[in-house]
Design a protein around this ligand. Structure first.
Ligand code: PEP
Length: 257
């Protein structure tokens, strides 16, 4: 973390978990546990059908609501989809784009990720852009090439003034939901490489100000060490974000000096 230059953001990704009723219960539990002063921003990304319930449930708390996906068109005949403007209108602040589960199960590509990033920014949302290599790609030694490609394609055509709204999440696919966490050295190496890639594209000032998260089995026991790395400015958290006490432990780790 480097709070002098950029925000620390702890974001939960609920994936396809929790009903509206469970959302309300989680918010009540979180409210009781959340520290009064926090040096990090807290985001909870919920299934789209629960956004209104989440807005209501978290309304008195300093917690932003995020979505887990959007479609890049503004409106039209796209049954089952929702647009960036629809999210914005509900009060959503962040939206996860290009999560590896979207890439794996729903045909998301670097090309659609880029279109979604543009749609999110145009609507005034903060995209949390996910990048990350598979185990095979890591073993082939092409992690950095792949990450550079994903970052450059996701940001293609994004003007410098809009980059401030973007968050990049490094999520090694082999560490998501597997209980295997990247070592802090592995995570730091890639997060630093992402910042260098952004610096080559946008210059040092912007690269210094962008929030880069780590995601992949982050939990209370490893959060402090991961967040102590200078280029890791927060976490995108799946499993451990589903229980209020575990999520708060990670928030507390981000609150340390
Ligand atoms: C995620 O869904 O982005 C994630 C990192 O999941 P988990 O923390 O469960 O590995």
């Amino acid at each position: 973390m480097n709070r002098r230059y950029r925000k620390t953001i702890i974001a939960g990704n609920w994936k396809m978990n929790k009903t509206a009723t469970e959302t309300k219960k989680f918010a009540e539990e979180l409210k009781a546990l959340l520290p009064k002063a926090k040096w990090c921003d807290v985001v909870v990304c919920v299934p789209a059908v629960n956004i209104s319930a989440a807005m209501k449930a978290f309304k008195d708390m300093r917690v932003s609501i995020g979505a887990e996906n959007l479609f890049y068109e503004k409106s039209g005949a796209y049954t089952g989809e929702w647009s960036a403007d629809m999210l914005k209108d509900l009060g959503v602040k962040y939206v996860i784009i290009g999560h590896s589960e979207r890439r794996q199960y729903f045909g998301e590509t670097d090309f659609t990720v880029n279109k979604k990033v543009h749609a999110a920014l145009e609507a005034g949302l903060h995209p949390i852009i996910c990048v990350g290599e598979s185990l095979e790609q890591r073993e082939l030694g092409i992690t950095m090439e792949l990450i550079a490609l994903q970052v450059k394609s996701a940001l293609a055509g994004v003007p410098a003034e809009k980059l401030r709204k973007c968050v990049i999440a490094y999520e090694p696919v082999w560490a998501i939901g597997t209980g295997k966490t990247a070592t802090s050295e592995q995570a730091a190496e890639v997060c630093t490489f992402i910042r260098t890639t952004v610096r080559h594209l946008y210059g040092a000032r912007i690269a210094r100000s962008i929030t880069i998260q780590y995601g992949g089995s982050m939990k209370a026991s490893n959060a402090a060490e991961l967040l102590a790395q200078p280029d890791i400015d927060g976490g995108l958290i799946g499993g451990a974000a589903l229980k209020a006490d575990e999520f708060v432990d990670i928030i507390n780790a981000a609150n340390q000096d």
